[in-house]
Design a protein around this ligand. Structure first.
Ligand code: GDP
Length: 299
């Protein structure tokens, strides 16, 4: 199911309430059944979906105790609120996006291979360069042949300094050296790209721990392919359990991206989504807005 289909189904379910003459238990249950089915089929975590159902029911029943006139609106608003709050983890997303100037912010990127991590590192650097930061990129991916060349190519295109090695095999050593060098050169945003493997192998996680220990990042960003569904929850949780993930970036939100992964990743990492990738080009990168995302979802 593509994102728009999920939104369409939720909108249709809300229309059932809007079109009903009286909103009794039966109408509300039918509406919530359709919404929960749509969310589950979009791979949203079961617990989250059940929470939404309970909370909307409570708010709708409370409306009964009042004048009852606004019940339609209350149901609609509570569905929108619940979806938005599923997407914001309660952490201050703005704070994570507004990096502090005048100090060396070290930001480490983690995620599985082919999620778009390397591309996103450069997009992220370019975003802050435009805001007046002095970014630099460190390639601590010694696993994938060609990773350094790819980072170099992207970085050169965006005129961002980079650091890497063709001979050093220990990613933690490269990361430490790179961060150190760029700190000395007064860079205020040092981005560390790490290896991504196909699966959640233990060696990948051990390597991540070591890179984090060496570079002491101010922020660790988990990069996730926006088109994965239910797998998002376990994948995100495995990363969060290993390193202190503080934010999520979802890539490939162009194309046939599902919305379910977004909801699950936020729940698993208890971290907000801060940006989305919307294409292969360096400028196809946007701030994530939960309300706008839900608004788009519901058309
Ligand atoms: P990594 O292995 O995680 O570092 O992934 P790469 O950065 O090499 O990206 C893998 C592929 O995904 C490349 O072909 C990228 O151009 C592509 N890619 C990255 N981000 C996006 C995105 O937001 N949208 C689309 N459509 N493709 C993307």
């Amino acid at each position: 199911m593509v994102l728009n289909e999920l939104g369409q189904r939720i909108s249709n379910a809300l229309a059932m309430v809007n079109n009903a003459e009286t909103i009794d238990e039966k109408v509300l249950d039918a509406c919530l059944k359709e919404i929960t089915t749509a969310l589950l089929q979009a791979d949203v975590n079961v617990k989250l979906v059940m929470n939404l159902r309970t909370n909307v029911k409570v708010r709708a029943n409370n409306a009964d105790k009042g004048a009852g006139l606004n019940k339609r609106k209350i149901i609609e608003k509570s569905v929108v609120d619940e979806l938005s709050s599923m997407l914001s983890s309660g952490l201050d997303e703005k704070q994570l996006v507004d990096l502090k100037k005048g100090k060396p912010n070290v930001v480490m990127f983690v995620g599985l291979q082919a999620t778009g991590k390397t591309t996103t590192c450069t997009k992220y650097g370019a975003f802050y360069k435009k805001k007046g930061f002095k970014p630099a990129l460190v390639c601590a991916d010694t696993f994938r042949a060609g990773a350094f060349d790819q980072l170099k190519q992207n970085a050169t295109k965006m005129q961002i300094p980079f650091y890497g090695s063709y001979t050093e095999t220990d990613p933690a050593v490269i990361a430490a050296k790179g961060v150190d060098e760029f700190k000395k050169a007064n860079h205020d945003l040092i981005i560390v790209d790490t290896s991504g493997r196909h699966k959640q192998e233990e060696s990948l996680f051990e390597e991540m721990r070591q890179v984090a220990a060496q570079t002491k990042p101010d922020l660790i960003i988990f990069v996730m392919d926006g088109s994965i569904g239910q797998a998002a929850h376990d994948q995100a949780k495995a990363f969060k359990d290993t390193v202190e993930v503080g934010a999520v970036i979802m890539t490939k939100m162009d194309g046939h991206a599902k919305g379910g992964g977004a909801l699950s990743a936020v729940a698993a990492t208890q971290s907000p989504i801060i940006f989305i990738g919307t294409g292969e080009h360096m400028d196809e990168f946007e701030r994530f807005e939960a309300k706008a995302f839900v608004g788009r979802l519901l058309g």
